[in-house]
Design a protein around this ligand. Structure first.
Ligand SMILES: Nc1nc2c(c(=O)[nH]1)N[C@H]1C(S)=C(S)[C@@H](COP(=O)(O)OP(=O)(O)OC[C@H]3O[C@@H](n4cnc5c(=O)[nH]c(N)nc54)[C@H](O)[C@@H]3O)O[C@H]1N2
Ligand SMILES: Nc1nc2c(c(=O)[nH]1)N[C@H]1C(S)=C(S)[C@@H](COP(=O)(O)OP(=O)(O)OC[C@H]3O[C@@H](n4cnc5c(=O)[nH]c(N)nc54)[C@H](O)[C@@H]3O)O[C@H]1N2
Ligand code: SF4
Ligand SMILES: [Mo]
Length: 674
């Protein structure tokens, strides 16, 4: 390395399966961000989007929020004036106290998600809101709550799946409704693609991950439970169910077996559109085991996403693919918790005086419009005007002049345009923290490589200042970063000081591959995998999973899937000019036969519409998804689009069957050629 170049190790804190290790080359104030060649996931490369954005928009002073701002024009106009931190903090504390005095703390609503997963910036602000007693938009309802409820009740938890390092012992990998080629590109390239096991992907879309599999099952969206039951039919018929495991470790299997017996491959084919022969092959490959099952987050964003997760969970439960090397099931790995981090304590659970009121993201637009309910809104680590349903209605609610709104972000998003006060957040290159991957069982450092941009501050410092201005004196609200980091490292058994950890950059939470659930005791009331039980009924849910599918769209209607793009991370990076060039104008992909029937050619303008909204897009034509299914990727910034809207203008916010969660992949639209 040339003289005058300092090298730091860091990690990517985005909401991504990979959790890459990074190298930051520092020449004075100039930073170059690269993949860490020694890191087992990134192997010397960042993904295409971060390689650009971390050296682009994240370091661009003109794009970043630099100073606290106060609104000087109508809401949404984007007109602001610079103010000092002292003014901003005092103004926020005054207004918040006034709202609490007049209407109570639950009249303040905060919404947040995973804009960063670095642990301090993710968790510390919760201490403030719990102390305040604010109402919360239930974070997981925008993403994965249905799956968490379903597998939580079935397996007793949904945050400790298989250890990816166990892959060498697997003879089959079944990826169901996840697309790591976009959502975890290194996992796709270095874990999935080269695996020696037989690889099956179930996805209506022919993703690159699907193309890299030995077998791609392409069901119509929302028919996955029928597919799972017909796979189980074959496994049952061929004697591949594990009787001993079922008897010892599951409850209620006898309630689903009669149904499985009726779900022949021919029936499954008619329900799902997957050929019966492919159902037979997939069942044979999975049944040969040991088999790993990866249930994607995209999978359960369906009207019956909870039932689908239950139905798919039957595969490991009835074949005994649990608790053995190379066998297991995975939804998410809550890696810090598995390593011993007390998340509730870090988030300040002891500060809450009462259980906070919660609303679903699906009800956000409607509830926020109510002056009788909410007077204050805080938005941090999320950009709901890009990501949440009922976009037009939500925008109208954000525009309420009587709603006092604070937005904390690194960029001037659509949501920030509606703030009374905007607070600039420091980015990943600008403060020390700890990060993790929710697939690979690794934790890593986030290293401060430069001073925060302008006057921006890390989330945790912002909320320490606000807590002080509110007069909150609990020590947990004053705790400095080095203390917090040392405490987290101790809980997770990470040896040495943070400085020493920075030199290593990352570590696995266990030296050898973990075999999850090896003891085969499940944290359910019965201690067994609860396939059908009173636990479900007690939660107001069906006793047993069923094989039902969504009704097919009426003639003239199409199912619109809006999954992750490889060029954006949710709605982050949509404002990076280089990534915008690569993405081109917002497009929607039609099956060639649908395009022909509609008289649409590639490049034509089309309008998608339904009772919730309309959106004009450019048509592309490709054999990507089955007939009747359209694909348009999520994550554009409405304010940068000609229509000032993105795909969520079409998302009606119907709740899924569990967890009051998103069913965005159930969206239906009509199509007009322009
Ligand atoms: N149509 C459709 N919509 C979807 C989905 C879909 O599949 N289809 N998926 C849904 C899913 S899974 C999710 S998770 C949501 C995600 O939606 P969002 O939560 O809105 O998206 P993100 O891009 O993760 O993060 C939002 C913001 O966090 C900011 N941020 C980054 N780092 C920091 C920081 O350190 N401090 C602060 N204060 N801010 C920071 C970023 O600048 C960004 O503006 O979108 C959902 N919306
Ligand atoms: N590049 C990039 N990476 C990301 C994100 C991003 O926006 N961009 N977002 C991050 C976040 S917040 C999340 S939650 C994860 C999500 O990552 P994933 O879990 O991979 O989820 P999605 O990309 O939403 O959808 C995965 C697949 O589900 C398929 N799918 C949709 N409907 C159905 C169905 O009915 N049945 C089946 N079997 N499949 C269906 C879609 O076609 C898609 O290919 O990715 C994270 N990583
Ligand atoms: S977004 Fe994911 S793939 Fe890209 S650098 Fe970050 S962790 Fe790696
Ligand atoms: Mo998500």
């Amino acid at each position: 390395m040339a003289a005058g170049v300092e090298i730091l190790r860091s990690s990517c804190p985005r909401d991504c399966y990979d959790g890459c290790g990074m190298i930051i080359e520092k020449r004075g104030d100039v930073l170059r961000v690269l993949g860490d060649p020694d890191h087992p996931v990134s192997r010397g490369r960042l993904c295409g989007k971060c390689a650009i954005a971390y050296n682009g928009v994240w370091q661009d002073a003109a794009a970043r929020l630099q100073y606290p701002l106060r609104r000087s024009g109508p809401k949404g106009s984007g007109r602001f004036e610079r103010i000092s931190w002292d003014e901003a903090v005092a103004a926020i504390a005054d207004r918040t106290r006034a709202i609490v005095a007049a209407h109570g703390p639950a009249a303040v609503l905060h919404t947040h998600y995973s804009g960063t997963l670095s642990l301090l910036a993710l968790l510390f602000p919760m201490r403030f809101f719990l102390r305040l007693g604010a109402a919360e938009v239930d974070p997981d309802t925008i993403c994965n709550a249905a799956g968490h409820v379903a597998w939580g009740l079935m397996f007793g938890q949904s945050g400790a799946g298989f250890d990816p390092r166990t892959v060498d012992a697997a003879r089959c990998i079944l990826v169901w409704g996840a697309n790591p080629s976009h959502s975890g590109p290194h996992t796709h390239r270095h874990w999935f693609a080269p695996a020696r096991a037989a690889k099956i992907v179930v996805d209506p879309v022919r993703t690159e991950t699907a193309a890299a599999a030995d077998l791609h099952l392409q069901p119509r969206p929302g028919t996955d439970a029928a597919l799972a039951f017909s796979l189980l039919h074959v496994l049952h018929r061929d004697g591949c169910l594990d009787r001993d495991f079922i008897a010892a470790h599951t409850a209620g299997a006898d309630e689903v077996l009669p149904l499985i017996e009726r779900c022949t491959p021919e029936w499954g084919a008619a329900e799902t559109g997957v050929p019966a022969a492919s159902i037979e092959t997939a069942a044979r490959l999975y049944g040969a085991g040991p088999a790993l099952l990866w249930a994607g987050q995209g999978l359960q964003r369906q009207p019956r996403g909870g039932n689908i997760m239950r139905a798919i969970g039957l595969l490991p439960a009835l074949t005994g693919n649990v608790g053995k090397p190379g066998a297991g099931f995975y939804y998410l790995n809550d890696t810090p918790a598995i390593a011993g981090l007390d998340l509730a304590q870090m988030a300040g659970a002891h500060l809450a005086r009462a259980e906070p009121a919660r609303i679903s993201h699906m009800d956000f637009a409607r509830e926020l419009a109510r002056p009788d309910r909410f007077r204050g809104l805080w938005v941090w680590n999320t950009n709901p005007l890009a990501s949440a349903p009922r976009q037009s209605e939500l925008r109208a609610a954000f525009a309420r002049e009587d709603l006092f709104t604070v937005v904390v972000d690194c960029f001037q998003t659509d949501s920030a345009d509606y703030a009374d006060i905007v607070l600039p957040a420091a980015g990943l290159l600008e403060f020390d923290d700890l990060t993790f991957s929710y697939f690979h069982l690794n934790v890593g450092v986030q290293s401060k490589a430069r001073e925060p941009m302008g006057e921006s501050l890390p989330n945790q410092e912002i909320f320490r200042r606000l807590a002080a201005a509110m007069g909150y004196d609990d020590p947990a609200l004053r705790q400095p970063d080095p203390d917090l980091i040392a405490e987290m490292m101790a809980q997770m058994n990470i040896p040495g000081t943070f400085a020493e950890f920075c030199r290593r950059g990352w570590q696995p939470i266990a030296p050898q591959a973990l075999v999850m659930h090896g003891e085969r005791r499940f944290q359910t009331p019965s201690g067994r995998i609860e396939i059908a039980s009173d636990t479900w009924v007690g939660r107001g849910l069906p006793r047993a999973p069923d094989a039902g599918s969504d009704a097919r769209p009426a003639p003239g209607r199409y199912r619109l899937l809006t999954p992750a793009s490889d060029l954006r991370l949710n709605d982050s990076y949509a404002n990076d000019p280089q990534l915008q060039d690569k993405a081109g104008p917002a497009a929607v992909v039609f099956h060639p036969e649908d395009a022909a029937a509609l008289g649409i050619a590639a490049g034509d303008g089309v309008r998608l519409g339904n009772g919730t909204g309309n959106l004009e897009l450019v048509a592309q034509v490709a054999k990507l998804a089955p007939r009747g299914v359209l694909v348009a990727h999520k994550g554009r910034w409405p304010k940068l689009e000609p229509a000032r809207a993105n795909v969520n203008v079409l998302n009606d916010g119907t709740v899924a069957d569990m967890g009051a969660s998103s069913s965005v992949h159930g969206t239906e639209v009509e199509v007009v050629k322009l």
